[in-house]
Design a binder for this molecule. Sequence first.
Ligand code: SF4
Length: 453
Amino acid sequence: MLDQTPKEIISRSGVCVNPMKTCQPVGALYAALGVHKCLPHSHGSQGCVSYHRTLLTRHFKEPAVASSSSFTEGASVFGGGANLKQSVKNIFDVYNPDIIAVHTTCLSETIGDDLNSFILDLDLPDGKYVVHCNTPSYVGSHVTGFGQMVAGFIKYLAKKEEKSDRIGIFPGFVNPGDIRELKRLLKLMGVSAILLPDPSDALDGPMTGIYEMFPEGGCGLPEIRAIGGVRQALALGTLASKEPALVLKSQCGVETALIPQPMGVANTDAFLRRLMDISGQPVPKELELERGRLIDLMLDANQYFYQKKVAIFGDPDTVTGLLSMALELGLFPIYVATGTPGEAFVKQCQDIIAQYDVPEAKIKASSDLFELHQWIKNERVDLLIGTSYGKQIAKAEDIPMVRAGFPILDRYGHAYHPLIGYHGARRLAELVAGALMDRYDRDCADEDLDVVM
Ligand code: SF4
């Protein structure tokens, strides 16, 4: 597998081989699924949305529903205004959501459809809304598409209101398991918050035998409106949540703080300190004990982590969180890459690494898996941390791998587990230790195969 990847690296700018990202509408669709009684709608051809739904369904192992403007040749030439009008009527007649969240595709962007004016011209039933965002896939990635959709909800629905006691949280492109952990931390810290979006329940619902097109949960319409009056907003993940933070500040005058995902010990500590400032309450004993247990585990297994070389790849906000955690464990991250464009990622990683006495790392945005494989061919790593797409490199080079981030298509249960908070860090530490120790067991001499490690 991937036997033909050459060791010699030739600089490329015109072609991406084995991408590390996917297209903007995937993120927009995911964000819209985290809003209660909202149907995501893809303004383009059916092929695009089939792919987007399939990818999300395979990651979450739950149906990711979305409709399409179903462009054919006519719409591609004359524009998709008529298709959108007919789609919106059919969707409200047949499925009856409260909101339709439209995102564009490469095709509708290239022909120049003006979604703002299309939506203004719609004759909507009372109490029903259509919002939109622009998500051409020749820029950004699924992460920026996610941010654009969240910003779209705010642009259309949030109003400047009198300040309330609640805070707003943009959780970023994370799993439902992370959202549940986030809510638990907020509750323990006595902070009342509006989470936009909130994909828990929508994409990690229990098996009841009854299909519900719009499951319980999700950020509701009243909450989206009320986010315009929160006392402040925390935008988690400096890329995915940047756009909604900017829009909320400019439109509603809400103070926003753009902070890293609370992944790893230091990031979680910093997040809890912020919540402490907001609520005026100390960190409860329960969280102190959780932190203590995490540190205990990190120390117990340190001999297996210490100075192991690791490659980390995936989405920028996830990778920077994983990088912090890897350094805290004592790993040496020598390759750090994301497929999403943006040099801010490189600077962030450099700043994180500069806090530790570790070898220099290769860090790159707009990278691809072919390039990462070439780096590894030139200097091996002991461990790969990233999405399912890394498994081919792991197999080709016989390197253990820990799956983290999006998408994970070839394993079950991951979306239930957080990467954030002390619980998330504990899980990552356990996965990393397990992968390294399994490799030791596989390779060691029979006389060294001990059951006590
Ligand atoms: S055409 Fe564009 S929006 Fe559609 S699947 Fe391809 S990259 Fe994504």
